[in-house]
Design a protein around this ligand. Structure first.
Ligand SMILES: *Cc1c(COP(=O)(O)O)cnc(C)c1O
Length: 392
């Protein structure tokens, strides 16, 4: 199909829930992509933090095709080996208790919310079910995770939303303490608010919140859907904040491109969701877990995680070195970066970068968001920076 035919087909047959850029991607290698017209791009998006090992990674495509030949799906009525391997890798790496596999970030967060509420129900009975999230947060698109998302624009049309959420201002411990009351069972937050604008939380705030929660047996839930699996230079971002969450959710980068999410609980919470209380047909299927196993084997190594930090620092340094008045600052950690620019100029800058062969994302109102594959090479970064130099 030509690009025009694809575009026409999308117009006719696909619900128009997405604003799309005017290119159709066809194939990739590493952090380089080609569209259907043969134009080449440096990929600083990795499909919103998903293609952690880049495109056409040999280890990943081999693991997926070998598993596809053996068994793709078995459903959760039977035991399968790849699921247990992936669970062990994650639980051991994080020093947690047990894991539940799902298929997306929103679904992982749903599981995390259910787990937190049931923990409180089991221990304290009814009525202690409120979850405090942060303003500017993003937790997903289901009816419940939309309500967990602390941005008014997501609380439209789909009434009635799930009750029992309140929102504290990020980095304001006094506001957090005010919002927490006797009906609160958990606090849920991203360490770096991704969709909100690549906004890293302050360490003091996160630690003070964690301490306050611990005193009151309020669970600390960390949404690592975007920040997890090496994205910020540690397997999970919370490690860099020196806190110990009770439950974490993850998804995006975990499967390197196949849909998989997970909710992982510490020893205190690991047995809260018992038989019949939660489930999902596709969750933890052998195909997706084989992919996750490969991603984890590659990413969860000190040298690899260090390379993510170094690449992030290099990108940040080179972007600032352009010295453009259009770039106000670069924030973020590891390979999760936000270039803060003027609101009104951002859309034009993003299209100009695309014309020059660089794909970027946006976040919040003023950030150009970079989430390159973790395996991006220096040459690929330099090509992207050369284009930025022209555009900025
Ligand atoms: C993307 C994202 C989600 C939602 O994940 P989906 O896979 O799109 O459902 C939830 N939380 C955070 C922090 C995210 O970045």
């Amino acid at each position: 199909m030509t690009f025009e035919e694809i575009k026409q087909g999308e117009e006719t047959y696909i619900m128009h829930t997405y604003g799309r850029f005017p290119i159709a991607l066809d194939h990739g290698k590493g952090a380089t992509l080609w569209d259907t017209e043969g134009k080449k791009y440096i990929d600083l998006t990795s499909g919103i933090g998903v293609n952690s090992l880049g495109h056409d990674n040999d280890a990943l495509t081999t693991a997926i095709s070998e598993q596809a030949h053996k068994l793709m799906h078995a459903c959760n009525l039977y035991y399968t080996e790849p699921m247990v391997q992936a669970a062990k890798k994650l639980v051991d790496a994080a020093g947690m208790g047990k894991i539940f596999f799902a298929n997306s970030g929103a679904e992982a967060n749903e599981g995390m919310i259910k787990l937190a509420r049931k923990y409180s129900f089991d221990k304290y009975g009814e009525g202690r079910n409120k979850i405090i999230t942060l303003k500017q947060s993003f937790h997903g698109r289901t009816v419940t995770t939309l309500k967990a998302t602390g941005q008014d624009k997501f609380h439209q049309y789909f009434f009635p939303f799930t009750e029992g959420f309140d929102y504290a201002a990020a980095n304001d411990i006094e506001d957090m303490k005010r919002k927490i009351d006797g009906t609160t069972c958990a606090v849920m937050m991203e360490m770096i608010q991704g969709e909100g604008g690549v906004l890293p939380l302050d360490k003091e705030f996160v630690q003070a919140t964690a301490e306050f929660c611990k005193e009151k047996d309020i669970l600390l839930l960390i949404d690592e859907v975007q920040t997890g699996i090496g994205r910020t230079g540690s397997l999970f971002c919370y490690e860099q904040y020196g806190v110990q969450p009770n439950i974490i959710s993850m998804a995006k980068g975990l499967g390197g491109g196949v849909p998989i999410g997970a909710v992982m609980a510490d020893k205190k919470c690991q047995d809260v969701l018992g038989a019949g209380t939660h489930g999902t047909t596709f969750g933890g299927n052998p195909l997706c877990c084989a992919a996750a196993n490969t991603v984890l084997d590659i990413v969860n190594k000190p040298e690899f995680l260090k390379s993510v930090q170094e690449k992030g620092e290099y990108l940040k340094k080179e972007i600032l070195a352009i010295g453009s008045p259009k770039v106000k600052t670069v924030r973020g950690m590891g390979l999760m970066l936000g270039i803060v620019v003027d609101k009104d100029e951002r859309a034009a800058m993003v299209s100009q970068l695309m014309e020059k062969g660089v794909l970027v994302l946006t976040a919040g109102t003023e950030a150009i968001r970079l989430l390159p594959p973790l395996v991006i090479t220096k040459e690929e970064m330099d090509e992207a920076i050369a284009a930025m130099r022209e555009v900025f």
